[in-house]
Design a protein around this ligand. Sequence first.
Ligand code: UD1
Length: 340
Amino acid sequence: MKKILVTGGLGFIGSHTVVELQNEGFEVVIIDDLSNSSETVLEGITSITNKKPIFEKIDLKIKSSVEDFFKAHNDISGVIHFAASKAVGESVENPLLYYENNLNTLIYMLKEVLDLQESNFIFSSSCTVYGQADTMPITESAPVKPAESPYGNTKQIGEEIIVDTCKVNSNLNAIALRYFNPIGAHPSANIGELPIGVPQNLVPYITQTGAGLRDCLSVFGDDYPTSDGTCVRDYIHVVDLAKAHVIALQRLLNRKNDSNFETFNVGTGVGSTVLEVINAFEKVSNSSLNYKFAPRRKGDVVSAYANTTRANTVLGWKANSSLEDAMQSAWKWEQKIRNL
Ligand code: UD1
């Protein structure tokens, strides 16, 4: 049984990926510093898979802790590196925190991965690297645009660090997955998204409004050049996204990669407006959502959705869930954690 390290494995995408890895027979070791997650997620994972992953609470910013971890676990066959800070607004307020959290940790990890017998590395990247792309849907060859925030910049620089390291280390095999907008929860509703404080992202804000925790959703902008004036995004079910990680990892383990650094868009290929997301929520919850139009949010792009041809044909992965499926699971999870 291959042993896989998942950093940030108690977070939203990380926890769903741990479940899919265990389902495929991998042994999983989780590192998480619990800065934006909870140890109770371990119970959620275990209740789904009946296998408790190994968990170590480690702050990856402490280089010696990373080194000590790999001394004790030199039999790791692959690393999926989620651990990072992800709040765009916070990154503008505190850029050094983001550069330290997202880049120092990446560097320390890569140094250790290079010394493993099997140096396989999956990096959490983002469609944010494309900014407002000139053409839709966005292919992987679309130019990387100047980042709108330090958070976005850490994803761009992170990819560059990996590219440069791959160039001079042929034993290192890496894949950067550029996520579009992950939403939803495991169908069991035993794990899901746990935003701390007021959610910044659309779907948790919607479900919290539906659950009565928030009065009203503000829809940021109604005059964009889109079908209904609201922004378009590619919302992908987190379980589909989690599966993409397992397939990417298997590609590296089986040496099926075409080069030692590859990128893939991970989205559905379908663009949905904010109002379409609200409609999907209203349908699955059989309720009407309280929302109002508000000014545009600074930094928002008009439209971003993926061309998924490369992921479909080269990686052999495809999103299966619809927007409604994803909203249904997000709502089921919200109801469960609020005891509704
Ligand atoms: C954001 C980040 C992206 C990051 C992702 C992960 C920006 C510009 N992008 O994506 O880099 O990878 O989060 O967390 O911040 N909306 C509302 N009302 C709300 C919240 C959102 O109308 O209360 C709208 C937004 O204007 C946007 C859409 O919903 O059109 C999606 O927003 P959000 O969920 O925050 O994701 P992104 O901004 O696409």
